[in-house]
Design a protein around this ligand. Structure first.
Ligand SMILES: [Fe+2]
Length: 425
């Protein structure tokens, strides 16, 4: 096998700070946009954030058409509805206001309106064809209102393929928003559980990208166009990951426990953006891979502070429930990176040998979940041992992320990890 020798960092354009939302009209105009599809979380249509953004568009003479049929944890069906709206509307730009679900919906709408194709054309293999996006998309500006997904910085759009009950996605660097406007003011109304879940997602982005298979252990692509967006850990992505994990370790508990703590919430959305740049290049690994069937196969679970009209295991929660088992499994393959990860989140690693690095990170992470009041394992969100076959089947489809595990996992390995995740403490 010929090893990879090259990596890329496609740094995102970010505008960060209190009041940055007011500048969105200027920013879209500067990108040449005259008629914009505003994709917005249905719970935010009446929000101050939406009002400020829409006023800013109006002030610059940009024609805005609101689309609010976004589903939290989107599906192919909800993506297709947005694509139809986008195709019909002949927009020359897109604005997303919401969490990862909203931003991902806008990415898909932009992609298929710009390069119409059968829906599975650009979807990641093996579920879809995985055809690379043919060229640049219309400008998309993203205004995140949660401090977690980092979707404003990545070229990935995640959805649930209804017929398979499996999460998959579209990933290509052309999907990365042209600009992310990260305004800490926009996360202040987030409920407690959502702050915890999105913050844990940030943590996993940082810890997984830091400990991912190093880029130079991947097989080299046969053509530069085939180099994946998620390339494995590299020296530059790791700098972003370390910084994000350090900030998260300092502020996540504070941000969750006190909604009025503007400093902590500001720091968490900053950490989210910083982590996004790192994992946008390095990728994520087994906790994210396992999270997709955990979310996709949900039965009746409904999380406090989230929409109650359909069962839902929030993304950051799903990622976190499998993370301790995944860290234990992956640790021995890259002990140095796991020790660094543990140290970064404030664990005393002085007496730890390389063999214990994964275990140490798993224990520290479990303590954090307990402290933040997360459900105690998969059983607490409705799963039993009888579901493990289906969960394993689901994770085996997540090749795009699981192949970046520093330690390759077989179906049996995944089975053991899901079983170990039934009860965490
Ligand atoms: Fe995530």
């Amino acid at each position: 096998m010929e090893r990879e020798t090259v990596f890329t960092i496609d740094a995102s354009n970010i505008k960060f700070g209190l009041g940055a939302t007011r500048e969105v009209g200027y920013d879209l105009k500067a990108l040449g946009v005259r008629r914009v599809m505003v994709v917005i979380d249905p719970n935010l249509t009446e929000s101050e954030t939406a009002t400020i953004a829409l006023d800013a568009l109006k002030a610059e003479g940009i024609e805005a058409v609101v689309y609010d049929q976004v589903r939290v944890e989107p599906t192919d069906v909800s993506f297709k509805a947005a694509i139809a709206f986008a195709t019909e509307g002949k927009f020359d730009g897109y604005l997303a206001i919401g969490g990862g679900s909203t931003i991902d919906t806008a990415k898909a709408a932009d992609l298929y309106a710009t390069y119409p194709a059968d829906f599975l054309e650009y979807v990641n293999a093996p579920v879809g064809k995985g055809t690379p996006v043919p060229g640049p998309l219309a400008p998309l500006v993203a205004i995140p209102t949660t401090a977690g997904t980092g979707s404003e910085t990545t070229g990935v759009a995640i959805f649930d393929l209804s017929e398979m009950h499996a999460k998959t996605g579209i990933s290509h660097r052309a999907l990365r928003p042209r600009l992310g406007i990260v305004d800490p003011h926009n996360t202040r109304t987030l409920p407690r559980v959502a702050v915890a879940c999105t913050g844990l997602d940030v943590f996993c982005h940082a810890l997984e990208s830091l400990t991912a298979l190093p880029f130079d252990q991947r097989e080299a692509p046969t053509h530069p166009g085939l180099r994946p967006a998620y390339q494995g850990a590299n020296p530059i992505s790791s700098m972003w990951a370390v910084k994000a994990a350090e900030i998260g370790a300092k502020y996540l508990v504070r941000a969750t426990e006190d909604p009025e703590d503007l400093e902590a919430r500001t720091q968490m959305i900053l950490a989210s953006t910083i982590a996004g740049v790192g994992f946008g290049s390095a990728g994520v690994t087994l906790p994210h891979g396992m999270s997709y069937p955990i979310s996709g196969l949900v039965k009746d679970y409904r999380a406090e502070g989230y929409p109650q009209d359909h069962p839902l295991i929030p993304h950051g929660m799903a990622v976190s429930l499998g993370a301790p088992a995944a860290f234990r499994f992956m640790g021995p393959a890259n002990p140095e990176a796991f020790l660094l990860a543990a140290k970064t989140i404030g664990v005393d690693t002085r007496d730890t040998g390389p063999d214990d690095a994964g275990e140490l990170l798993a224990q520290a992470y479990t303590q954090l979940l307990k402290r933040l009041g997360l459900p105690n394992g998969l059983r607490a969100v409705g799963y039993t041992e009888a579901d493990v076959d289906a969960l394993v089947e689901g994770v085996l489809l997540q090749h795009r992320v699981t192949k970046l595990s520093p330690r390759p996992a077989t179906a049996e390995d995944f089975r053991q990890m899901f079983l170990a995740s039934m009860t965490l403490w």
